[in-house]
Design a binder for this molecule. Structure first.
Ligand code: PXP
Length: 239
């Protein structure tokens, strides 16, 4: 059965919109865990637009399940990860001008640099996941550079507007999940998944974990964090 990792970045987005100290992402993380989240995810960005270092340090102390830190493979972020020691690091590409992570990490171009980052993190006992597009060549490189896991970028599927487009993008995810599993990589999926798009993953047992943020936090504003996480967990249980 697939697990649910809840991303609480957008609780910090709301807090930072006013430059004050609430809502508190740590409180949201505790509520998510209480409702059944199997992991808590935060993305520490270079520009600190939502989560900041203080949040990650507090979460490290408080999260009981598993703390997953999304970050770019920069010297600054590697230093922070080695110091805070999350359970898992997901390496992502990062552009200052993007609204959210726009694509997977291009391992064909950045292979040597990412390989070094993977080795550094693994030597410190941190599991390493790489966020990549559902592209077979990228997945082969993830395996070659010794990543523990891949997170397949599901954004193109979730954002597709026509049935044909949706189907094409979903088949890419299926192929990617199967090849990743064959290569003995743990396969996760995330980006843009909501309470509707999650249903498409029924029967795709290769996916070990879904990483979901925006849709859960958006629902939590209306129903509370507990209900929002339970609703998503229920849908995942039914896959
Ligand atoms: N996985 C990765 C690597 C991400 O960068 C994000 C967005 O922060 C997510 C999953 C969650 O995406 P969403 O907020 O659209 O659910």
């Amino acid at each position: 059965m697939a697990q649910l990792a809840v991303n609480v970045d957008h609780v910090a987005t709301l807090r930072n919109a006013r430059g004050i100290n609430y809502p508190e992402p740590v409180t949201a993380a505790v509520a998510a865990e209480t409702a059944g989240a199997d992991g808590i995810v935060v993305h520490l960005r270079e520009d600190r637009r939502h989560i900041n270092e203080r949040d990650v340090r507090l979460l490290r102390k408080i999260v009981q399940s598993k703390l997953i830190l999304e970050m770019a493979a920069t010297t600054e972020m590697l230093g922070i990860a080695l110091d805070i020691k999350p359970d898992c690091v997901t390496l992502v590409p990062e552009k200052r001008e993007e609204l959210t992570t726009e694509g997977g990490l291009d391992l064909i171009t950045h292979q040597n640099h990412v390989r070094e980052a993977v080795a550094t993190l693994k030597n410190a006992g941190i599991d390493v996941c790489i966020f990549i597009d559902p592209d077979l060549d990228q997945i082969k490189v993830a395996h070659k550079i010794d990543a523990d896991m891949i997170e397949i970028h599901t954004g193109a599927f979730c954002d597709a507007t026509t049935r044909v487009q949706k189907q094409r993008e979903f088949f890419r995810i299926v192929d990617a999940a199967k090849i990743g599993t064959k290569l003995k990589l743990e396969v996760n999926a995330g980006h843009g998944i909501c309470y509707n798009t999650i249903k498409a993953f029924k029967g795709l047992s290769e996916i070990s974990e879904f990483s979901i943020g925006h849709s859960i936090i958006a629902r939590a504003i209306l129903t509370g964090m507990d209900q929002a996480v339970r609703d998503m967990k229920q849908l995942i249980l039914a896959l």
